[in-house]
Design a protein around this ligand. Structure first.
Ligand code: SAM
Ligand code: SF4
Length: 330
C-alpha cells in the first residue's frame, strides 16, 4: 500500500515484548522504565491476526524485535507460525544475542535466516558497562553459533557513542576483513529519557567513515535498486570477506523512502519511530471488532504517516520523542 507521499509501505517491525535482559544506557534510563502490564502485551494470536491483515494491505517483510525478543517464551514457535501467511516474503530478527546460542537452532528451524545482533563494544568491561551488566562472551558465542548454523546475512549493529566506543571503530571495521559479517554503524538517536542522559554523545557517520577510510578504501556494495538493505549504505574494505554499513537516521534521514510501520508490544501501530503518534489496535481488537475495522485503522494510520521526522541534525540533539526504544520496538 502506498502512502500519500508515494512510499510503498511493505515493512512491519513487530515488538513482541518491551522486556529486556540488558539495560543499554542509550536505550533505557538507568532506573529502568515502566513496563507494560502482562495483560496489556499482545498475545501471539493477536499479533498474528494484525500481521495477517497488514499482509493483506501489502506488508511483505517482518522484523521481530523488542525489547529483547528472545526473552519472550515461545518466540520461535510464533515465528514459525507466520510462515503460513503467504504474502510474507521475509521474516528477520534483531536481538542482543545474550540468549542466542541456545535459541539459534530453533530460530533457524522456524525459518529465520537474516539476523541482526547488537554489540556496542568488543571489550568485555566496556560491554558490561554500556549494557549495565551484560556478559560479552554470551553474545560472542551466539554469533559463532549462528554462523555455524548457517544464518546469512549476519549483521552486527553498533551504536557509535562519543567517548565510549569511538576508539573501537577500526577494530569493528577490521572484523570484516576475515569474517563474513555486515558491521553496521548506527547513529545515536535521542529517544526518551535515555536520550536526555546521552545528550552530546552523538557522532555522525561521516566521522565514523572518515576514521575507517584512514585505514582502508571503502568500495560501495549496494547501488540504486538494492532495496534489500533499506536505509543502510553498504561498503566493503578492499578484499574483505564482510561488509560495512552506515545507518544515519540523524545526519542523513531516509524519511523519503521509509517503508516501515511498527507494532508496539502493547498493540499500537506507529508509523514513525520518532513520532509518538500511535494508533491503538489492541483496544478495538479486544473489543471484538471485525478484520475490516482493523484494516481501516491501519489504512488511516498509514495515511497519517509523517513526511519526515523532526530531529535536529546537530551534535547536541535536543528534540526527542518521549517513548523509550524498548517500548517502541527498535
Ligand atoms: N534488544 C534487541 C537489540 O538490542 O538488538 C532488539 C531491540 S533494540 C531496541 C534494536 C536496535 O535499536 C539495537 O540495534 C539498538 O542498538 C538500537 N537502539 C536502541 N536505542 C537506540 C538509540 N537511542 N539510538 C540508536 N539506536 C538505538
Ligand atoms: Fe535491551 Fe536492545 Fe535496548 Fe539494549 S538496545 S536495552 S538489548 S532493547
Amino acid at each position: 500500500m502506498f502512502d500519500i507521499y508515494n512510499r510503498d509501505i511493505n515493512y512491519l517491525r513487530v515488538s513482541v515484548t518491551d522486556r529486556c535482559n540488558l539495560r543499554c544506557s542509550y536505550c533505557m534510563p538507568k532506573e529502568g522504565f515502566s513496563r507494560i502490564g502482562h495483560d496489556d502485551i499482545l498475545r501471539y494470536e493477536e499479533i498474528r491476526r494484525i500481521i495477517r491483515i497488514a499482509a493483506g494491505l501489502g506488508i511483505t517483510k517482518i522484523r521481530i524485535t523488542g525489547g529483547e525478543p528472545l526473552v519472550r517464551r515461545g518466540v520461535a514457535e510464533f515465528i514459525a507460525s507466520l510462515r503460513a501467511i503467504p504474502e510474507l516474503k521475509d521474516i528477520s530478527l534483531t536481538t542482543n544475542g545474550i540468549l542466542l546460542e541456545s535459541c539459534a537452532e530453533d530460530l533457524f528451524a522456524a525459518g529465520i535466516r537474516r539476523i541482526n545482533i547488537s554489540l556496542d563494544s568488543l571489550n568485555a568491561d566496556k560491554y558490561a558497562r554500556i549494557t549495565r551488566g551484560g556478559e560479552i562472551h554470551a553474545v560472542l558465542h551466539g554469533i559463532r553459533k549462528v554462523r555455524e548454523t548457517g544464518f546469512s546475512p549476519i549483521k552486527i549493529n553498533i551504536v557509535a557513542i562519543k567517548g565510549f566506543n569511538d576508539d573501537e571503530i577500526l577494530d569493528f571495521a577490521r572484523m570484516t576483513i576475515k569474517n563474513p559479517y555486515q558491521i553496521r554503524f548506527i547513529e545515536l538517536m535521542p529517544l526518551g529519557h535515555a536520550g536526555i542522559e546521552n545528550n552530546g554523545r552523538y557522532i555522525s557517520n561521516a566521522l565514523v567513515r572518515e576514521r575507517i577510510e584512514s585505514f582502508g578504501r571503502l568500495e560501495p556494495v549496494n547501488g540504486p535498486g538494492n532495496g534489500d538493505e533499506g536505509p543502510a549504505r553498504i561498503y566493503r574494505l578492499a578484499g574483505g570477506a564482510g561488509e560495512i554499513g552506515f545507518i544515519s537516521p540523524v545526519s542523513g534521514h531516509f524519511c523519503g523512502t521509509c517503508n516501515r510501520l511498527r507494532l508496539t508490544a502493547e498493540g499500537h501501530l506507529r508509523t514513525c519511530l520518532l513520532s509518538d503518534d500511535e494508533t491503538d489496535l489492541r483496544g478495538p481488537l479486544r473489543a471484538g471488532c471485525a478484520n475490516a475495522e482493523l484494516e481501516k485503522l491501519i489504512r488511516e494510520a498509514i495515511a497519517r504517516k509523517p513526511r519526515e521526522h523532526q530531529i535536529a541534525c546537530t551534535d547536541h540533539l535536543i528534540k526527542k520523542c518521549m517513548k523509550e526504544m524498548p517500548a517502541i520496538g527498535g
